[in-house]
Design a protein. Structure first.
Length: 371
């Protein structure tokens, strides 16, 4: 998605009136009804409406200026033709025969999960995501009619009105209502010979790769909206959106705690008692860390600025290093002698406990003596 200001051809200092004037001029130029069959113009029209929807809203514009289009609160969610109608008045398209507005059926929104690495979230990378969705049929180009055929004709059910009258009896008498024509879905026209590939649907299943731009510092649990990456619309209507749910993959060294990262540093007994220098991994290069003499298990050290970028703020979190003092499970005879000498020197009392085998031997030996 291009920058909203660049799309409208205005600067970031342009006031609301100038933004509206620029939008009016471009929206008329690129409206689909003035560019039939021109997909590029249609996509430009969609983007213009999204840009105006955000920049004409003071709160959304302020968030867009600070965080860009990745901020969910600086995005437009709705019908782009409603934006057009709010500026020009009337319906979302130009009226055709009989004053009927031909808008088609908007595409459906889709959802997809995306697992990203800690490094990708930190850098704000673009991550490719394969999406299965309904795209415009490449045989009929979305027209729903077989190429070379007669195309469309006036709907025989509603005779081109797009609506049918329905009567129902009620307590007050006969009630007459206008309803959307079930055959042409309000278009007033039907396809004579349906496309042989999409069977007249105008859409076929396709798999495409969508590039998901991550905001720097994003965490798992967030949802990103990718405009117009959902199912294609029918009869020229806009495509739906794609909502991507972010999950953070486990990391080899770190766990995430908000904007901070946590790392567990294995420290030997002697290293904790005497002090030692360590090399600690970070998301950049390794950092030197001095563990002072007498470090206790669970002591926490802070490496400032080595965490994650703050998603909706400035600055960076820290890397919190926790000392995990390792108690050896097995000792060599020499190491045992040294520890016993240390215990004697410091006055620590070491009581030997009998093993189960020793206690059993003692029990049966006692029974034998008693006999």
């Amino acid at each position: 998605m291009a920058d909203y200001y660049e799309l409208l051809g205005v600067s970031r200092e342009t006031e609301a009136g100038g933004i509206k004037t620029a939008y009016r001029k471009l929206a008329l130029k690129y409206h689909p009804d003035r560019n039939p069959g021109n997909r590029e113009a249609e996509e430009t029209f969609k983007q213009l409406n999204e840009a105006y929807a955000v920049l004409s809203d003071p709160e959304k514009r302020d968030r867009y200026d600070r965080y860009g289009s990745a901020d969910p609160q600086a995005q437009f969610s709705g019908d782009i033709f409603d934006i057009f109608a709010s500026v020009f008045g009337g319906g979302g398209g130009f009226a055709g025969a009989g004053g009927r507005v031909q808008r088609g059926q908007p595409g459906e929104d889709l959802e997809a999960p995306l697992t990203v690495t800690l490094e990708q979230a930190r850098a704000g990378d673009g991550v490719p995501l394969e999406v299965d969705h309904l795209g415009v049929c490449d045989r009929c180009d979305g027209s729903r009619a077989e190429p070379g055929s007669e195309g469309r004709k006036t709907c025989p059910t509603c005779r081109g009105a797009g609506q049918v009258r329905a009567q129902a009896q009620s307590f007050f008498g006969t009630v007459v209502t206008n309803q959307l024509c079930p055959q042409c879905r309000g278009l007033g026209e039907v396809v004579v010979t349906p496309c042989g590939k999409c069977m007249g649907a105008g859409r076929t299943k396709v798999r495409e790769t969508v590039m998901v731009k991550l905001p720097r510092g994003i965490d798992g649990g967030y949802r990103l909206r990718i405009p117009r990456a959902g199912n294609a619309g029918i009869d020229g209507a806009p495509a739906g959106d794609l909502y991507v749910y972010i999950d953070l993959a486990p990391h080899e060294h770190f766990t995430r705690d908000g904007d901070d990262l946590r790392y567990t540093l294995p420290v030997g007994v002697a290293q904790a008692a005497l002090g030692c220098a360590f090399e600690v991994p970070t998301l950049d290069d390794p950092e030197a860390l001095e563990v002072p003499p007498g470090t206790q298990p669970g002591t926490e050290f802070r490496l400032r600025g080595k965490g994650m970028p703050r998603l909706q703020g400035v600055g960076t979190g820290d890397l919190l290093v926790s000392a995990a003092v390792q108690i050896p499970k097995k000792l060599s005879p020499k190491a045992r002698d040294l520890l016993e000498a240390y215990a004697e020197e410091t006055g620590e009392t070491i009581e030997a406990h009998e093993t189960l085998g020793e206690r059993l031997r003692g029990f049966f030996g006692k029974r034998k003596v008693e006999k």
